[in-house]
Unconditional design. Sequence first.
Length: 114
Amino acid sequence: MAELTLTAFLTLGGVVQAPGGPREDPAGGFGFGGRLVPFADEDLNRCMTEVVDRAGAFLEYRLLVHPVVLGRGKRLFPAGGPPTTFRLEDSRTTGSGVAVHTYRPAGRPVFGSF
């Protein structure tokens, strides 16, 4: 059976909206499209894979985090989703500063206090 992997391009603030260009997703008046372009180097090109979209079935999350904060936009995990923890499987950084993290779901979070 094939595993489903979600690959997402997001900012440090968690925004996933319109990484490839200003006309990609201008919903809600979003004017920050195309932030991926300045970081597209050979390292990033090697990390890019096709995004497979099947709700709730992902066994692996590959997050390409661009060192940018936009302050608004659509988020990878919107408010109201189920609390989930993740286990880091792999991490590296491209020459342009994009952090590439691979996570697998690891169950529900455990909470405590100091």
